[in-house]
Design a protein around this ligand. Structure first.
Ligand code: NAP
Ligand code: GCO
Length: 267
């Protein structure tokens, strides 16, 4: 590495899907601070408008598009519009995602399919849409937002774990198939992060105590806390920058140490 400019994203265009708020917003904010031009989408115009306002408040002039990432025609049209209006996408962050917490035998096949559609099929669709231009441009970066559930199961999240496990392998396969075109495809596996998606797991109980799952995660995390979306910004900038040009097919877990820890022993 010649100098710290290897971590710069100056002159790069980053598309972060589902980034009006939450983890996607935090990653886009970090990439903007590293010099990237931010493009994001969300499923509703009102959320895109809110996102643009939030980026403006953070001093970022972001480009927002309404697009359901599960709709291949809409994704292809959005990518073509971005290339026309902003430029070729150098960095793709497949962040958009949903979860449904339902015991497997009570989950409908439709619910299962919807989670797979957003969390696995959509990253395939969006990556497929951006790779041809990355190849023409001489390379690119793809970052898929995986999960602890890319490695572990737990009750009620069968569809999500299946999708995120598949996303881990899709990440490795894109790395394998397109590495020769100077495209690096890696994953970020966040631990438990305090966002709207996990809000139900952190609700304060009627007696004022912490949610049982909240206590469980605190005991399973050496850092002794939930992650903040901002904790993911640095790892994302690294994987989006030239500093990681020989990192390919990696799932980088940003989990406060959950992977390394059996859990707090009884006192
Ligand atoms: P979040 O707060 O629920 O935000 C998800 C974002 O994705 C929202 O902006 C949502 O837009 C958007 N989205 C959902 N479906 C979409 C679709 N079909 N098309 C376009 N946008 C869509 O979730 P988060 O906690 O920030 O999580 C972001 C990513 O990190 C997800 O992939 C999640 O699985 C993953 N992750 C989260 C955690 C965690 O602890 N929070 C940990 C590991 C991994 P709408 O509001 O319009 O639905
Ligand atoms: C859950 C949580 C987790 C987190 C994340 C952990 O219900 O277990 O929502 O799945 O979202 O994926 O890495």
């Amino acid at each position: 590495m010649k100098d710290l400019n290897a971590f710069s994203l100056e002159g790069k265009i980053a598309l972060v899907t589902g980034a009006s708020y939450g983890i996607g917003f935090a990653i886009a904010d970090a990439m903007a601070k590293a010099g990237a031009t931010i493009v994001f989408n969300d499923i509703k115009q009102e959320l895109v408008d809110k996102g643009i306002a939030a980026y403006e408040e953070a001093g970022i002039k972001a480009h927002g598009y309404v697009c359901n990432v599960c709709d291949e025609d809409a994704v292809n049209a959005m990518v073509a519009q971005i290339e026309k209006e902003v430029g070729v996408i150098d960095i793709l962050v497949n962040n958009a995602g949903i979860i449904k917490r339902i015991p497997m035998i009570e989950m409908s096949a439709a619910d299962f399919r919807q989670v797979i559609d957003v969390d696995l099929n959509a990253p395939f669709i969006v990556a497929k849409a951006v790779i041809p231009s990355m190849i023409k441009k001489g390379g690119g970066k793809i970052i898929n937002i995986c999960s602890m559930m890319s490695e572990f199961g737990r009750e009620t999240v069968s569809a999500y774990a299946a999708a995120k496990g598949g996303l881990k392998m899709l990440t490795r396969n894109i790395a394998s198939e397109y590495g020769e075109y100077n495209i690096q495809c890696n994953g970020i596996g966040p631990g438990y992060i305090a966002t709207p998606q996990t809000a139900p797991l952190r609700e304060v109980q009627p007696d004022g105590s912490r949610h049982p799952f909240d206590q469980f995660i605190i005991a399973k995390t050496p850092a002794g806390r939930w992650g903040e979306a901002e904790d993911l910004g640095g790892p994302a900038v690294f994987l989006a920058s030239e500093a990681s040009n020989f990192v390919n097919g990696l799932i980088l877990y940003v989990d406060g140490g959950i992977h390394a820890y059996i859990g707090k022993q009884p006192s």
